[in-house]
Write a protein that binds this ligand. Structure first.
Ligand code: GLN
Ligand code: ZN
Length: 770
C-alpha cells in the first residue's frame, strides 16, 4: 500500500510566499529573492512530506499564484493582449503576474484575466481564455524544473501533478462566439503529450492528472471527451502510471465513465462520498488491474481523522483488491487547510482541549502515514498507541461540555416551520413599515461599512496588542461613528449606518462573540494569489452569551433622528466562511447560528432599531456542485435566513444584502427569503440582473447597486440617474432603493464622499422625474 498526497499548501507555514510576492510586486525584493523563497517553500514541503512517511510526494503543486494559470502558461494559452510581454526573450514571471493581476507599465494597460471560485471552495483560480483559432504550444519549463528539483531534494522520484486536459478546457471560457472550447482538445492534447513524453524521459513513473470536473454534471459530449482523451493518452504512454484524481463530490452519474477510463489508479474522495467505495467494489472493477486511491483523510476541513473508521474502510478495499492495488491519501489537495497546527503557540484561541481534535496539513500527512502502517503492521505497538490516543481524542470530543449545549440542541429540535415566519405577509408589512419610517420614494442608504482607514486599523491592532485600553479603543470607535453619522446626515442620506468601525471582518466579528467558535493564530488558507483567509473554527453548539451589536447600533441611533440600520451577518455566510463541525449536518450548525442571530434581531428591535440588515453574500457560494442537491441545500439555507429574520415584528424592516450578480437560477429562493428589502451587487450588468427580478415579478423592495465600489472611480450623477430610470422600467418605483453595490470598507474617504454625494443627488433627480 502506498501513502501519497495530492498537493500541499504552498503559501509557506508563515505565509512566506505572500510576503515575498507582495514585496516583489512593490519592487522591494528582486526576482531572484522571490524565486529563492519559492524554492525554499518547495523543498520544505517535499522534505516534510517525505519525513512524515509519504512515499509518493507530489511536485508541480507549488505555484506563485495559481495552478490553473500555471497550466495556461505551460500550454501557451496566453491571451492575445499579453503578447507584448510574451516574446521568447521576455521574462516569464512578468508575463505570469500580468496575466494574474493586470499590467500598467511602459505604456501598456492590460486587464487581468478573470478569476472565479474553484468548485465549492474559497480558493479562486484564474480562468483560461480561449478563442476559436486558439493554438497551444509548450512554453513553460516549470513542471520539468520542479520535477528535477524534487527528485534531487528527495532522492526518489516524485509524482508530478497536472490539471487534466478535459477539466483544463472545461474550467476555461470561450472569448468568442460560435465555438465550443472542447473542440480545442485535438489541438491541446499534443502539448500534454509533449509534457508527458518529457516527464517520462526525465524518469517519472507516476503522473497525477486532476480532473475535478468529473464531480460536476456533464453532458454526453463532455463524457465522450474524457473517454477519447484517456484512451489516446493510454495508447501513447502505456508505461506511465496515470493517477486520475477527482474530488469534492461523488463521481455520481460519471462513475461508470470514471472506472472505465484506462488509467493506472483512480482517486476517490471518500470524505465527501463515503458510499462510493462500496459502489465500485460491487462492479467488475474488482476484476480489472486498476488501483484505487482512497481519499480518507479530509483535505477540506481541520478535524482529526477517525483512524479506526478509516482503517475499516481501507481493509474493505484491501480484501477486495489486494494491498498492491490500494493507495492512501487525503481526500483532495491539502491546499484548502492551514499548514501546521504546531505553529499555534498561544493557547488562547485554540486551547489544548480543542487542539487535540484538530489536524492541519502537516498533521494530516501523519494520519495518512499512520493509516498505511495500521494496515501493514497491525501488531506494531507504536502505531497502536497512536490509534489509542486518536480514539481517546475522538471520545473526548464527543462528550466534551465545550461542544454539547443541551439547551441549544433542544431549541434546534423544537424548531418548526412557524419559527421561520414573519407575522404578516409582505404587502401588509410594507404598509406598516412605510407608515412608520416615512421615507421618500427612492430612499438612499449604504451597505454598512465605511472606509477602514489606517487609523481604524491601528485602533484595533494596538488594542489587540494591549497597547491601548478598552476605554481608549471604544472611545475612538465612538468618535468615528459619530463623525460618520454627522456626515451621512449632512449629505442627506435617508437611512444611515453606524459604519462598522468595530469590525475587522464580517464573520470573525460575530464568531468572536458567539460560543462554539475558536480562532487560530496562524491558520491561514490561500484564497487567491497572495490573499489568504483565516476562517474561524466552529467546534460546538453555537450560543449567544450576550448581545453582539446592540450597543454600537443603539449608540449610533442615539445620535440622530434619522433611522439607523442595524447590521448583522447572516447564518449561511457565517457557516460558509468558517471551518464547520463534521459531527453534525451543516444544516444543524447553520440553524443554530440562525437562532443566535434571531435573538440579536429581537434585541436590536427592543433597543429601538427600526431596520435590520442581515447580510448573506455567501448564499450562492453554498450551492452544491450537482444540481440534484441544490434544493436540499436551498431549503435549509433559506429556512436559516428566515429563522434569523423572524425575530422582527412586522413594522421592523428586514434588509438583506448579496454580492455577485448571478441570481437567475436561484431567484425563487431569493424571493423565499422574504426580506423586506434586498440590496444587490450589480456592477457587472445591472440590467441583466434586474431582468431576472422583473421576469420573476419579484414582489419585495430592491436596491440594485447603482455604482461599483470595487473601483475608486467616482460615478457621475447622470449615469446613476440613468440606471435608476432603467430600473423603473422593469420594477415598480415604490419598491426601489438607491445604494452602492457593496460595503465601502475597502475604499478611501475622498472617493467615497464624492460618490455618495452624487448618489444622493441622483436619487433627488429621479424623484422629480417620476
Ligand atoms: N455589511 C457588510 C459591509 O458593508 C457587507 C459586506 C459584503 O457584502 N461582503 O461591509
Ligand atoms: Zn456585498
Amino acid at each position: 500500500m502506498i501513502a501519497h498526497n495530492l498537493g500541499y499548501p504552498r503559501i509557506g507555514s508563515h505565509r512566506e510566499l505572500k510576503r515575498a510576492s507582495e514585496q516583489f510586486w512593490a519592487q522591494k525584493i528582486t526576482r531572484q529573492q522571490l524565486e529563492e523563497t519559492g524554492r525554499r517553500i518547495r523543498q520544505d514541503n517535499w522534505l516534510t512530506q517525505q519525513q512524515a512517511g509519504i512515499t509518493l510526494v507530489p511536485c508541480n503543486d507549488f505555484s506563485f499564484y495559481d495552478q490553473v494559470l500555471d497550466m495556461s502558461l505551460t500550454v501557451g494559452a496566453i491571451p492575445e493582449r499579453f503578447r507584448p510581454l510574451a516574446g521568447p526573450d521576455d521574462d516569464r514571471l512578468t508575463l505570469y503576474f500580468a496575466m494574474a493581476r493586470g499590467y500598467q507599465q511602459n505604456g501598456l494597460d492590460l486587464k487581468a484575466m478573470e478569476m472565479t471560485k474553484w468548485f465549492d471552495t474559497n480558493y479562486h483560480y484564474i480562468v483560461p481564455e480561449f478563442t476559436a483559432n486558439q493554438a497551444f504550444e509548450l512554453v513553460s519549463d516549470k513542471i520539468f524544473t520542479e520535477f528535477d528539483e524534487a527528485r534531487q531534494t528527495l532522492g526518489v522520484t516524485p509524482k508530478p501533478v497536472l490539471i487534466g486536459p478535459v477539466s483544463y478546457l472545461l474550467l476555461g471560457k470561450e472569448k468568442e462566439a460560435d465555438f465550443d472550447r472542447l473542440d480545442l482538445l485535438d489541438r491541446l492534447l499534443p502539448v500534454y503529450e509533449q509534457v508527458l513524453t518529457r516527464l517520462q524521459a526525465q524518469g517519472a513513473d507516476w503522473v497525477q492528472l486532476d480532473e475535478p470536473c468529473l464531480s460536476l454534471d456533464l453532458t454526453d459530449q463532455q463524457r465522450e471527451a474524457f473517454a477519447t482523451t484517456y484512451n489516446r493518452i493510454r495508447r501513447q504512454f502505456p508505461q506511465l502510471n496515470l493517477l486520475l484524481a477527482s474530488y469534492f463530490e461523488c463521481y455520481g452519474a460519471n462513475l461508470n465513465l470514471a472506472v472505465q477510463l484506462p488509467v493506472h489508479a483512480l482517486h476517490l474522495d471518500l470524505v465527501r462520498c463515503p458510499s462510493q467505495l462500496d459502489d465500485i467494489l460491487q462492479t467488475d472493477f474488482v476484476s480489472t488491474k486498476t488501483c484505487l486511491s482512497l481519499g480518507v483523510v479530509d483535505g477540506r476541513n481541520i478535524w482529526i481523522n477517525d483512524l479506526e473508521r478509516s482503517r475499516t474502510t481501507i481493509q474493505r478495499a484491501v480484501v477486495a483488491l489486494g494491498q498492491e492495488r490500494v493507495l492512501i491519501a487525503p481526500s483532495c489537495s491539502l491546499l484548502h487547510v492551514p499548514c501546521d497546527l504546531n505553529s499555534e503557540m498561544r493557547n488562547e484561541g485554540l486551547t489544548p482541549e480543542i487542539k487535540q481534535w484538530l489536524a492541519f496539513a502537516r498533521q494530516k500527512l501523519d494520519e495518512v502515514a499512520t493509516l498505511v502502517r495500521l494496515v501493514n503492521e497491525p501488531e506494531n505497538e507504536q502505531v497502536g498507541n497512536v490509534l489509542a490516543k486518536n480514539q481517546d481524542a475522538l471520545n473526548a470530543r464527543r462528550s466534551s461540555a465545550l461542544i454539547n449545549r443541551p439547551a441549544v440542541r433542544a431549541r434546534l429540535n423544537a424548531l418548526t416551520e412557524q419559527d421561520a415566519q414573519r407575522g404578516a405577509a409582505f404587502a401588509e408589512r410594507q404598509a406598516l413599515q412605510h407608515e412608520r419610517l416615512q421615507l421618500p420614494l427612492f430612499p438612499t442608504t449604504t451597505i454598512g461599512s465605511f472606509p477602514q482607514t489606517d487609523a481604524v486599523r491601528t485602533n484595533r491592532s494596538t488594542y489587540k496588542k494591549g497597547e491601548r485600553t478598552l476605554d481608549q479603543y471604544e472611545k475612538f470607535i465612538r468618535v468615528e461613528t459619530e463623525q460618520a453619522i454627522r456626515w451621512q446626515e449632512e449629505i442627506g442620506l435617508d437611512v444611515l449606518v453606524h459604519g462598522e468601525f468595530e469590525r475587522n471582518d464580517m464573520v470573525e466579528y460575530f464568531g468572536e462573540l458567539l460560543d462554539g467558535f475558536a480562532f487560530s493564530d496562524n491558520g491561514w488558507v490561500q484564497s487567491y494569489g497572495s490573499r489568504c483567509v483565516k476562517p474561524p473554527i466552529i467546534y460546538g453548539d453555537v450560543h449567544r452569551p450576550a448581545p453582539m451589536t446592540v450597543r454600537w447600533s443603539a449608540y449610533a441611533q442615539s445620535l440622530t433622528d434619522k433611522p439607523v440600520k442595524g447590521m448583522l451577518t447572516g447564518p449561511v455566510t457565517i457557516l460558509q466562511w468558517s471551518f464547520v463541525r463534521d459531527d453534525q449536518p451543516r444544516r444543524d450548525t447553520c440553524l443554530q447560528i440562525a437562532l443566535a442571530i434571531h435573538d440579536e434581531v429581537v434585541d436590536l428591535e427592543k433597543a429601538g432599531i427600526q431596520l435590520i440588515q442581515i447580510d448573506e453574500p455567501a448564499l450562492r457560494e453554498g450551492l452544491p456542485l450537482r444540481r440534484e442537491n441544490w434544493d436540499a441545500y436551498l431549503n435549509w439555507a433559506v429556512m436559516a435566513f428566515r429563522v434569523a429574520a423572524s425575530g422582527a415584528q412586522d413594522h421592523t424592516q428586514i434588509h438583506t444584502h448579496m454580492c455577485y450578480a448571478e441570481f437567475n437560477d436561484i431567484i425563487h429562493s431569493i424571493a423565499d427569503l422574504d426580506a423586506d428589502v434586498i440590496t444587490i451587487e450589480t456592477s457587472r450588468s445591472q440590467m441583466e440582473l434586474l431582468d431576472a427580478f422583473a421576469r420573476f415579478a419579484y414582489p419585495n423592495e430592491i436596491g440594485p447597486g447603482v455604482y461599483d465600489i470595487h473601483s475608486p472611480r467616482v460615478p457621475t450623477v447622470d449615469e446613476m440617474v440613468e440606471l435608476l430610470q432603467q430600473a423603473t422600467t422593469v420594477l415598480p418605483a415604490r419598491n426601489l432603493w438607491v445604494n452602492p453595490d457593496c460595503g465601502l470598507k475597502t475604499r478611501r474617504w475622498p472617493e467615497t464622499s464624492l460618490a455618495l454625494k452624487n448618489m444622493v443627488q441622483a436619487a433627488q433627480t429621479v424623484r422629480e422625474l417620476v
